[in-house]
Write a protein that binds this ligand. Structure first.
Ligand SMILES: [Fe+2]
Length: 230
């Protein structure tokens, strides 16, 4: 294929040098258009509805109708947003956390944590956002737990989130307001000071009698929720 040394663009004739072919090929010749939402949606991973079972957003009990776990039941609500702060619709949100005593239902925690398990708390849930990117879940406020006995490092109460949407996975943690341990937690302190409020659930109106927190998550871009570096 011959290398053109003249390019017609917009009625103008532009000379290009022979070895400029690649940059010319990479430069859009036409005006850029924003892809409409409707065209972008099919690229968003969307779990099929039957994949989810009823009650998976409620971590306070093992299954609907089972006894409630120990501790304070809380509600967490929010929106999952993309880099343009538009809703990420029908996307998977996974949540996990320690029980009220600060113990995870995980084999690794069994060897390092003396806090008791709660037979009514598994500590993992999941849900799919609605058409407005909203989610709502119910869980037990996690207890603090010791992360390093040698240096006396306690992790403050926190809830882990994983969001899969628009081709990315963001893993982060939601902290609680007015927790003295926040300011001593090395993982919390990794978050730049100006962004720390964005990983703290904001008190909201009670939800069905539960104390509630608002936690919006931006999955990428300049407003991205600080990711988990744990
Ligand atoms: Fe944790």
């Amino acid at each position: 294929m011959n290398t053109p040394d003249i390019v017609q663009r917009g009625g103008r004739v532009l000379p290009v040098v022979v070895n400029d072919r690649e940059s010319e090929a990479r430069t859009p010749a036409n005006r850029l258009y924003r892809i409409p939402d409707a065209a972008r949606d099919p690229f968003t991973p969307c779990p099929p509805a039957p994949f989810m079972r009823a009650g998976e957003h409620d971590l306070t009990r093992l299954a609907p109708g089972r006894p409630q776990a120990s501790g304070e039941a809380i509600a967490i609500t929010g929106r999952i947003l993309d880099e343009d702060l538009r809703p990420v619709r029908r996307t998977l949100v996974e949540v996990w956390g320690a029980n009220a005593h600060g113990r995870y239902s995980h084999v690794i925690d069994a060897g390092r944590n003396d806090a008791p398990l709660d037979p009514n708390f598994y500590g993992f849930g999941r849900l799919v956002t609605d058409d407005d990117g909203r989610y709502q879940l119910r869980t037990i406020k996690p207890g603090a737990y010791i992360a390093r006995t040698d240096i006396g490092w306690w992790r403050p109460p926190h809830v882990h989130f994983s969001v899969v949407g628009s081709g990315v996975r963001l893993v982060t943690q939601m902290y609680f307001p007015d927790e003295p341990l926040n300011e001593k937690d090395f993982i919390f302190l990794i978050v730049p000071a100006a962004d720390r409020d964005r990983v703290i659930g904001q008190p909201a109106a009670t939800h069905a009698g539960d104390r509630a927190f608002r936690f919006d998550i931006v999955i990428r871009g300049r407003f991205q929720t600080p990711p988990d570096l744990d």
